[in-house]
Design a protein around this ligand. Structure first.
Ligand SMILES: [Zn+2]
Length: 114
């Protein structure tokens, strides 16, 4: 996939993991990540517990290896690349944070309009 598409996927993971971990595990550490994709390097820091940091690193590796030009939804992918255990954990993160993001958007929408 192109770097732009990769960055978009990266942004979702970067946003969703700390949302989930912050609520569920109350991490005290900040983790540093260096992600290399094509000729670019993405460096950032996120507050995550050890377990979520590991799961996120695994997700980045899967994303980097995704053979599709436009990443399909993992749920509908013809060749799912996650192993089952990690997949279940990541699915829980996505579900939780996806819902929370929507709720926050709705809240912001109403607070802007009142
Ligand atoms: Zn965590």
């Amino acid at each position: 996939m192109t770097c732009e598409k990769f960055e978009k996927e990266l942004a979702t993971l970067k946003k969703f993991f700390p949302l989930y971990c912050g609520d569920k595990h109350r991490p005290t550490d900040v983790r540093h990540f260096d992600i290399f994709y094509q000729d670019k390097k993405y460096s950032f820091e996120l507050p995550l517990c050890a377990e979520c940091a590991e799961l996120l690193a695994y997700s980045f590796e899967r994303l980097k290896a995704c053979p599709y030009d436009e990443k399909p939804k993992c749920r509908t992918c013809a060749k799912p690349c996650y192993n089952k255990t990690q997949w279940k954990q990541v699915a829980a993160v996505m579900r939780y944070s996806g819902t929370k993001t929507k709720l926050l958007e709705i809240r912001d929408f109403f607070s802007l309009n009142t």
